[in-house]
Design a protein around this ligand. Structure first.
Ligand SMILES: Cc1cc2nc3c(=O)[nH]c(=O)nc-3n(C[C@H](O)[C@H](O)[C@H](O)COP(=O)(O)O)c2cc1C
Ligand SMILES: [Mn+2]
Length: 482
């Protein structure tokens, strides 16, 4: 283990060593070109080396679950149980005096947000949006810290819009607004992905996400005091914006390429951020983060959500036989992989999964251990072949749903305390009878070939071997053959 703390530079090196990083040395225009390149790169991270104003930037890192597993030293299958376990450990941060992120300190008039390589992701986006900013704010009553993601639409050299979804930072903001005071904020950009996972974790109100980050990292987060606000930021971040969100001010914000793969939700009259200071490393690297279904933003949405729900479910009914939890594309669906101990147990877990820290889950599906939850056609197969709709599908009407679910009726508007969607939820139990009921379970025994260990390449003609080898991950990737 190296002594130096994990940061975005160690992450870039790790990606490159794993052949997961593509360097781009040709000039790229963030406003017209970068979004398209990020959108295409679902397999590899991109490192832009030639951006306007001399900037370099990292994007699509993690591009997928394989990259996320690399960041945690896990595999696709062990990732969620491992993160769930680490979420149970909180390590308080430590304060440091020397902070690389404060090598350069720029006051009002000395920095210009429009010179950052902030990109426009989608065709209908309202403008360039910082998607990689993690905002630190405090509860003015208790001083408790909160760290969370917020889209920041650039509106001028020292000003951005902000979407404050009704959760912890919004709650903090409403307290400041009540007092007619601006909310001081510090936004850090560019760090190791475990910081991003911690920021995307919704825990109890008042829980400092830097303690969560410490638990995920297995080491305390190193914090430095900000220069113009009474807040702390990670010393090894790449860049920090210090500012405040004025009370009552609302301006047009959005549309923006969002996590469900739509533009419109959240668009409206939203608060703004005014910045008075930028600090950064001398050779700071920017971080671009693109949203959209199954883009980098979704990896950060889904990973802590699945792990948090896993943590809740593992104790439902005194310890079920829970194997894994996965989120579906668009983030409103959750899949529980479990083996029921008794009839009806899956429904109990499904109810719990629909009512967690997170607003997103609307569709909850339970499947057995023999269903590969990383293969969505397997999940659809289980629904089609293991579900008696009148018995196994339950719709719960009149629930509180995620305010950015376009399929449900919207109440209130973004930027107001009434903003929500009032809709419904559905649970689908696609598990099979418990192992104790051997006879009933036997009807669902899956087909396996005789001699599953045989390998096609040992039988194919010499001339066909290259073809067989090229396709072998497809032939032998099936978990049923293992
Ligand atoms: C990629 C990504 C983008 C997000 N963008 C926003 C956003 O623009 N506004 C917002 O309020 N929450 C956004 N979130 C959600 C929250 O930051 C996140 O879920 C976090 O848990 C909320 O923290 P809090 O509950 O401590 O306030 C985003 C999450 C991710 C993963
Ligand atoms: Mn929080």
């Amino acid at each position: 283990m190296s002594q130096s703390p994990k940061d975005m530079r160690s992450w870039i090196a790790e990606l490159e060593a794993a052949s997961e990083l593509i360097r781009i040395d040709k000039p790229v225009d963030p406003l017209t070109q970068m979004g398209s390149l990020l959108y295409q790169s679902r397999e590899k991270a991109l490192f832009f080396e030639n951006l306007p104003h001399g900037w370099r930037s990292l994007g699509q890192a993690p591009a997928n679950v394989r990259h996320a597993a690399l960041a945690f030293g896990a595999t696709e299958e062990t990732l969620i149980p491992l993160v769930a376990k680490r979420l149970g450990t909180l390590i308080p941060p430590v304060m440091v005096k020397q902070a690389p992120v404060q090598e350069v300190i720029l006051g009002r008039g000395e920095f210009d947000l429009t010179h950052l390589p902030v990109h426009i992701a989608g065709q209908l986006d309202g403008g360039p949006v910082i998607g990689s900013g993690l905002m630190v704010s405090k509860d003015p009553d208790t001083g408790a810290r909160n760290v969370s993601f917020h889209r920041l639409q650039i509106k001028g050299p020292e000003k951005s819009g902000i979407l404050l979804y009704p959760r912890h930072s919004w709650k903090n903001y409403l307290k400041y607004q009540e007092r007619n005071q601006p909310m001081p904020v510090a936004i850090f950009i560019g760090h190791h992905p475990l910081y991003y996972v911690a920021a995307a974790t919704t825990a109890a109100y008042g829980q400092d996400e830097f303690e969560i980050a410490g638990g995920l990292l297995g080491a305390p987060v190193r914090l430095a005091k900000c220069r113009t606000v009474d807040l702390e930021v990670p010393a090894e971040a790449e860049l920090v914006l210090e500012g405040h969100i004025p009370p009552h001010t609302r301006e047009d914000e959005g549309p923006f390429s969002e996590f469900q793969d739509y533009y419109v939700t959240g668009t409206g009259k939203n608060p703004i951020v005014e910045y008075q200071c930028m600090t950064r490393r001398r050779d700071a690297i920017f971080k671009n983060l693109q949203n959209g279904s199954e883009m980098e933003g979704c990896v950060f949405h889904k990973l802590p959500m699945a792990a948090t729900i896993f943590r809740r479910l593992k104790d439902v009914g005194g310890g079920p036989n829970l194997h894994n939890v996965g989120m579906l594309p668009g983030v409103f669906g959750v899949v529980i992989q479990m083996t029921q101990r008794a009839y009806g147990e899956a429904k109990n877990l499904l109810l719990a999964a629909l009512s967690s820290e997170y607003h997103h889950p609307k569709v909850a599906i339970a499947v057995d251990a023999d269903v590969d939850i990383f293969n969505h056609s397997e999940i659809l197969w289980a629904i089609a072949t293991r579900v008696d709709p009148q018995r196994d599908i339950v719709v719960i009407p009149g629930t509180f749903n995620h305010a950015m679910d376009a399929s449900l009726p919207e109440l209130g508007a973004p930027g107001t305390p009434l903003w929500q969607r009032h809709g419904s939820k559905v649970l689908i139990d696609a598990t099979i009878p418990p192992p104790a009921d051997t006879e009933a379970r036997a009807a669902f025994e899956r087909i396996r070939p005789r001699n599953p260990g045989l390998r096609l390449e040992n039988f194919a003609a010499e001339s066909s071997l290259p073809l067989v080898r090229a396709l072998s991950p497809l032939f032998f990737g099936s978990k049923l053959l293992r």
